[in-house]
Ligand binder design. Sequence first.
Ligand SMILES: *Cc1c(COP(=O)(O)O)cnc(C)c1O
Length: 400
Amino acid sequence: MVSQNAGRGTQNGVAMSDILLTPGPTPLPPQVREALGRPIIHHRTSQYRALFKRALQAMQTAMQTAQPVFCLTSSGTGAMEAAVVNLLSPGDEAIVILGGKFAERWQHLCKAYGITAVTVPVAYGDPVNPQQVAEVLQAHPKAKAVFSTLCETSTGVVNDIKSLAAATRSSGAVLVVDAISGLLADECQTDAWGVDVVVTGSQKGLMLPPGLAFLSMSQKAWALVEQATCPRFYTDLRLYQKSLADDDTPFTSAVSTVVALDEALKLVLQTGVPQMIQRCAAMAQAARAGVQAIGLTLFSKRPSNGVTAVNVPAGVDGKQLTKRMYDRSKVMVAGGQGDMAGKIFRFAHMGYISPEDVLAGLAALEQALTELGYKLTPGQSVKAAKAVFDQGAPVVGAAR
Ligand SMILES: *Cc1c(COP(=O)(O)O)cnc(C)c1O
């Protein structure tokens, strides 16, 4: 596979372009970059409608659902907001599972629309205990929705969505999953597990620039859409539903990004959804082996395949660490958010991030740590990660 970063060249030993090991945006495959550079076509044409239809069908495969998938022109949060306003009415009760900065966004959205959020507290770094959610559901039989997160990107934790779906299924509530960073990295069997609403965005596992967001909707969820009275206009899914019958959108489509989506999804289908996930799992395993080989520890109790959250070792300034990795090696990893700032860093390996990128990231990490006074044996982390890759990992775009 050709990495976005392959042959990026160096000048005086300094890399010329960035290696993004961030949980969004992620690197773009050449096919996607080429699609973005094509002359634009008009969106109210049969040519565009055919492409849009094909892309949304492929999105159903990627989201593991036969339910309709809606495409919004927004970042991922726009689809989170669309879920809230389309499912609920002011004064409704909803259960919000906490555990990180993105989970807390559900709480903020509920507050903005006058929805009573019953929160399930979860410590940063921990996954939610599905049994606890089942108990909260029993205590709040009027709750109309359970808001959850597949991969909590701020802590690197993947939640047990299968068990959450089992706990929700027999209740009156719908299960809504923020899979913005989790899609194609961690398993989320939407229909097989009975997940009602899955929300995702373009700039993470889908290997696209930011700008598109998606929602899948079960029939149980659609019944709520018909009744909801939250204010909504641009994100009113009833408008999208109507247009979808003609493979169309109610407002101007993000034409070039959708053309790129079509290309990205061709790669996904060619690779296979299970293989995309397997590949991320191999990268995560390599990243974990790499950091642990130099004595670092993981922040997450249930690590995701898409992003590895690592504790900054004692005596090292976490902000200096990420800054130095970028300044020296043009390797961009994410720092901690909120209370976790300076205490953890987050090494992503979702989407088109390649094994070579992971190895380059670990080399940059070793160098920065050494410069900041941390004692390690040079080469150990790269060696440990290589040993994982030597067992083989699926390649994006390779025929199965
Ligand atoms: C990135 C991310 C979001 C936010 O998406 P935007 O595209 O920035 O609006 C929400 N939830 C999770 C889990 C994410 O990783």
